[in-house]
Every structure is written in C-alpha cells, then in structure tokens.
Design a protein around this ligand. Structure first.
Ligand code: FE2
Length: 200
C-alpha cells in the first residue's frame, strides 16, 4: 500500500513556500498561540497577494454541504491530516450555520466583506459574544475553545473569499452546527467541493 502523501491541490511555489514556513513556525513554537503568532506575517502576505489563488478555488458551489452556495475548496492537506489550507467562498447575502472547527489555526478575509459573529464557548448556553466586520486583509486566530464557535455572513455585493489554515482536516472531520436560538448541536461535516472525504 502506498503511504499517504501531502496533497498540494493548488500546487504552486507560493503555496509550497507558505506551507513550508508554517511547518517551520509550528516546529519552533511551544504552543498553538505561539505558532499562530509566528505564522502571522506569512499569512498576512498570502492575504495581501492578489494573484496566487486560482479562480477555480474562488467560485461558489450550489451543491455544497454548507448550504447557501457556500464553497469550501481544499488547497493543501498534510499526509497525516494535521494541517489544511482551504478557501471558503460565501456568495453575497449567504451565511454559514453557527459552527465550530475543533482545531486551532488562522482565518482571514481575502476578498469581499463579512460580518462575523462569535459565540461563547459553551454550547449548552450558546451566547453571542462579539460581532465584528471584516475587510480584506483582516484575520484572526482560532484557539479552541476560545473563538471556536462562529458564523460568517457576506456583506459585500460580491462573493466573499476567506482563507483558512487549520490544524485538522476541517472539511472531513465531524464537527458541529448549532441552532442559534436553542444552542442545540447537530453533527456536521462540511466536506470540500473538490475533494472526497472518506465514507462517514
Ligand atoms: Fe468557520
């Protein structure tokens, strides 16, 4: 049997250099928070570079697991599934369910504008804690349980595209969507538009 390999779905020097710098930063850091801080400059540079994301990974997706035409496109996945880079494409007027990620990492806005609503970390008493408006170049760290439950909505007339660097196989792991009113959680696997997940 062939050993699993890293998947550079978008295989470009920019993506390879970014992932290499992320791995160096993680290896040299003593905690997730420290790693996030070390990755910030490279992540900011990726968000500021208008050319590297091929248009096919910035398209919405009518049949996606997120609903609302929201497309989650895998760009890179580590062989051991401990690191992924993907784009999340949210059409104008669409919003994600309230959801968690179950892994630390960085999320930033690449195109368009979004409102983000962050919920308190205890799903039994889900409570809207913070709302923030995001513009291209804005990014934030997810350090579960802190800031792990949120919802994003596109506020621009054009589709928004955000970049996610997370330390799990976010599209394929079972995580949770939450009812914003009751806090009731539902098992949720978003999938990727362009890559299959193993059978549930
Ligand atoms: Fe999210």
């Amino acid at each position: 049997m062939t050993a699993p390999a890293d998947e550079y779905v978008l295989d470009t020097p920019t993506v390879r250099a970014f992932i290499a710098s992320v791995r160096d930063a993680i290896a040299a850091s003593g905690s997730a928070e420290e790693a996030c801080d070390a990755i910030r400059p490279a992540f900011a540079a990726l968000l500021a570079d208008p050319d590297w994301l091929a248009p096919e990974y910035a398209r919405d997706a009518p049949e996606s697991g997120m609903g609302g035409g929201i497309g989650q496109w895998l760009l890179f996945r580590a062989a051991d599934r401990s690191l992924t880079l993907f784009s999340l494409v949210v059409p104008a007027g669409s919003q994600t369910p309230v959801h968690d990620h179950l892994a630390w990492g960085l999320v930033g806005l690449y195109r368009g504008t979004q409102d983000e609503e962050i919920y308190a970390g205890d799903p039994d008493a889900l409570e809207l804690r913070e709302q923030r408006a995001l513009e291209p170049g804005d990014f934030y760290a997810l350090l579960p349980p802190r800031d792990d439950i949120h919802r994003v909505r596109t506020t621009s007339p054009e589709t928004s595209v955000s970049l996610h660097l997370l330390t799990n196989d976010t599209g394929c792991v079972w995580r949770h969507a939450f009812d914003e009113h009751t806090g009731e959680e539902t098992p949720f696997r978003s999938g990727y538009v362009n890559v299959e997940c193993p059978p549930a």
